[in-house]
Design a protein around this ligand. Structure first.
Ligand SMILES: Cc1cc2nc3c(=O)[nH]c(=O)nc-3n(C[C@H](O)[C@H](O)[C@H](O)COP(=O)(O)OP(=O)(O)OC[C@H]3O[C@@H](n4cnc5c(N)ncnc54)[C@H](O)[C@@H]3O)c2cc1C
Length: 377
């Protein structure tokens, strides 16, 4: 590896969190390097359906509500500048989500959702009658009890979007290094860089945005974080009969997401399987089963791929941003669980505020602090 001059900030991990952090730091005029392990790159931020749904998830409504809405606002706000930098469109778009209820319990759960959407600026929800919905989605299960049409959410093509944010950071001058970080370099008690399988890299500050692997790197500093991977499998299918469908069909936790014309993502599973990257027959069957409840004939579609991703997960399902206790040079950034694509720009913005000590555009909820998961000695 060519010797790299020390940078202001070295970011470990070029998934969506690291990419946004690099882009925002470059905009502040800092020198930045993004280091990513070529063997793990893309497992998190490429293999997900890219739903930006700020009114759903743990702590919403509640302590995460404002943060989630701010995050969506930042995705939208930065898109024109990113498109200009990369000279191509950013793969983000508004999406209509139909939430189906197949029984009384599911129908009752749609009522608070409807009210939350209708009292949030920029969002709307309305009940759709059977005939209208079946005109929109003729292949849907006709036995549904009610359907809510939700507006205000966005969708990104996860892999294309992450690559675009990374390219924007590079266009501003961020350096990219393909290497595996093995540990931290210390001088007189301070962290001054990282050791990779290709040699040392020096920086004034290090942001660890290593997704589900964040905990194992931070452990090297003698600090333990209860981070674990929640495996998620997805089916990427081609269904030409629904060529012009652009909406997202959802029921509880399962979704059928319009990915590209005639292509859809079904998912995802939630499994405690460590870092096992293999797609399984059980996972595939589970996904077909859930999708058939929404679109009974869907199994006839062609399977393009069965994808596996890891959700970086803390026990309270909330993300994290902040300095590692005892270190003024190392920050952690991530832990987005099933909302990591959504939260990335807001988490990155908060990290930039901590690094530059400038007033941040983002109010950081206490729920995201590093200290919250510190176990007493
Ligand atoms: C099935 C599924 C569905 C999902 N659906 C959604 C959704 O609809 N909406 C949403 O917002 N989120 C969703 N998510 C969650 C989202 O994908 C993640 O939260 C997000 O991608 C995490 O991004 P990250 O940048 O923090 O981590 P990652 O994308 O995992 O990036 C971490 C990077 O660190 C690198 N790295 C790790 N260790 C090292 C090392 N030692 N040296 C160098 N590099 C290292 C890896 O190579 C990797 O590129 C879903 C996830 C799954 C699996």
């Amino acid at each position: 590896m060519k010797t790299m001059k020390p940078v202001d900030v070295l970011i470990v991990g070029a998934g969506i969190s690291g990419a946004f952090c690099a882009y925002l730091l470059m905009r502040q005029g800092l020198t930045v390097a993004l280091v990513d392990d070529p063997h793990r790159a893309g497992i998190g931020s490429n293999n997900n359906p890219g739903g930006l749904n700020p009114l759903h998830g743990p702590g919403i409504p509640g302590p995460m509500a404002t943060f989630a809405l701010k995050a969506l606002g930042l995705h939208r706000e930065h898109a024109p500048h990113i498109a200009e930098l990369c000279a191509r469109p950013v793969p983000i778009r508004p999406v209509v989500r139909y939430e189906l209820a197949l029984n009384d319990t599911e129908a009752a759960a749609l009522q608070p959702m409807q009210s939350l959407y209708n009292r949030t600026e920029g969002f709307a929800a309305s009940q759709v009658d059977h005939t209208h919905f079946l005109r929109e989605e003729p292949l849907a299960n006709p036995l549904f009890q009610s359907v809510l049409r939700l507006e205000g959410n966005y969708l990104v093509d996860a892999a294309g979007y992450t690559a675009t944010i990374r390219d924007a950071a590079r266009a501003l001058g961020a350096q990219s290094v393909g290497a595996t970080v093995r540990g931290f370099l210390r001088e007189r008690g301070n962290v001054v860089g990282v050791m990779t399988d290709n040699g040392p890299l020096y920086a004034a500050r290090i942001v660890v945005a290593a997704g589900a692997w964040l905990g194992e790197l931070i452990a090297e500093l003698g600090f333990s974080l209860p981070m674990s991977p929640v495996k998620g499998q997805l089916l990427h299918i081609r269904h030409p009969a629904r060529d012009d469908v652009t909406h997202h069909l959802s029921r509880g936790g399962t979704g059928i997401y319009a990915h590209r014309p005639g292509e859809f993502l079904i998912g995802g599973t939630q499994e405690q399987a460590g870092f096992d990257p293999s797609p399984t027959a059980e996972g595939r069957e589970d996904l077909w089963h859930q999708a058939e409840a929404l679109l009974p004939g869907i199994r006839a579609a062609e399977t393009c791929a069965q994808l596996v991703g890891f959700r970086p997960t803390f026990p309270d399902l909330q993300p994290m941003v902040g300095y590692v206790p005892g270190y003024t040079e190392v920050l952690v950034l991530g832990g987005g669980w099933s909302k990591g694509m959504l939260y990335a720009p807001a988490l990155a913005e908060a990290a930039v505020g901590l690094i530059t000590q400038a007033p941040s555009l983002v109010d950081l909820p206490a729920a995201l602090s590093v200290a919250r998961l510190q176990s007493p000695d």
